[in-house]
Design a binder for this molecule. Structure first.
Ligand code: NAP
Length: 263
């Protein structure tokens, strides 16, 4: 049996993390959560420069180190620059959180090809490109943890709102997680995903305003815990997967959905 120890296995002091799409919502919470455990954080954003700067300030206010870098994760040149600028600023990358994601709802029979392609470009190509470029750096250092924010929508078909493209993109990143975990275990890199259920963000607040009955019946009552989750409720699993506490965990998809997918 393992000996009791005072070592904090969740400590991220000295580690460097990139969180994509970290200017708001889940990404912002995860960036701050990683900084609270000691990691220096790159707050990536696509458009929201002011909000990203605010997140940097929040991290600095708690004594952490952070910088904001603009980059579109679906753009190969942007991803290469984001990776290079992070290494220039902080010397290394230990943790990558692939959080940036978009959703365009719509019935499949009327769904525009352009919306399908945009969804895949950010949700699937973006995760591949970020993982590939940061993974190459991690391979050279023989250490690293990659965490992708997938979705319960990669496991089940949400109802009554329809968004087949989003479901397919999230199922894709779950399989990409398993494939990369398998390829890169020999380089001491772990690759995992988190599959959240309904989490309160600006995006879901808007849906709650427009369709309160659907949200109550399907999102809140659908979860055995009877509610929507908070962004902060994803921090624990992210810190776990980023840290040495999860040293024997790879290729795993951790569902955090208040039990919605249980029934
Ligand atoms: P959100 O509030 O809409 O935030 C998404 C962030 O992604 C935005 O800050 C946006 O940046 C960034 N982004 C979008 N496209 C980008 C691109 N091409 N390159 C770089 N950044 C980009 O979304 P959220 O609700 O926090 O969701 C975050 C992740 O969790 C997504 O992957 C989503 O699919 C997943 N998820 C969410 C829920 C939920 O209930 N909220 C449930 C399951 C999974 P800018 O603001 O700079 O444009």
């Amino acid at each position: 049996m393992a000996q009791a120890t005072n070592k904090n296995r969740f400590d991220l002091t000295g580690r460097v993390a990139i969180v994509t799409g970290a200017a708001r919502g889940i990404g912002k919470a995860l960036a701050i959560g990683l900084a609270e455990e000691g990691a220096a954080v790159v707050v990536n954003y696509a458009q929201a420069a002011d909000r990203a700067a605010e997140v940097v300030k929040e991290i600095e206010a708690i004594g952490g180190r952070a910088i904001a870098i603009k980059a579109d994760v679906s753009n190969e040149a942007d991803v290469a620059r984001l990776t290079a600028e992070t290494i220039t600023a902080f010397g290394q990358i230990d943790i990558l959180v692939n959080n940036a994601g978009i959703i365009y709802p719509g019935n499949a029979e009327d769904y525009p090809l352009d919306s399908w392609r945009k969804t895949m470009a950010t949700n699937l190509d973006g995760v591949f490109l970020m993982s590939r470029d940061v993974g190459r750096h991690m391979i050279s250092r023989r250490t690293g943890s990659i965490i992708t924010i997938g979705s319960m929508s990669g496991r089940i078909v949400n109802w009554p709102f329809r968004h087949a493209a989003y479901n397919v993109s999230k199922a894709g990143v779950h399989m990409l997680t398993k494939a990369l975990a398998t390829e890169w275990a020999e380089h001491n890199i772990r690759v995992n995903a988190i599959a959240p259920g309904y989490i309160r963000t600006e995006l879901t607040d808007q849906v709650s305003k427009e369709h309160p009955d659907v949200v109550n019946q399907y999102w809140e009552k659908g979860a055995v815990q009877g509610r929507i989750g908070d962004v902060d409720e994803l921090i624990g699993a992210t810190v776990y997967l980023a840290s040495d506490a999860s040293s024997f965990t790879t290729g795993e998809i951790i569902t955090i959905d208040g039990g919605l997918t249980l029934r």
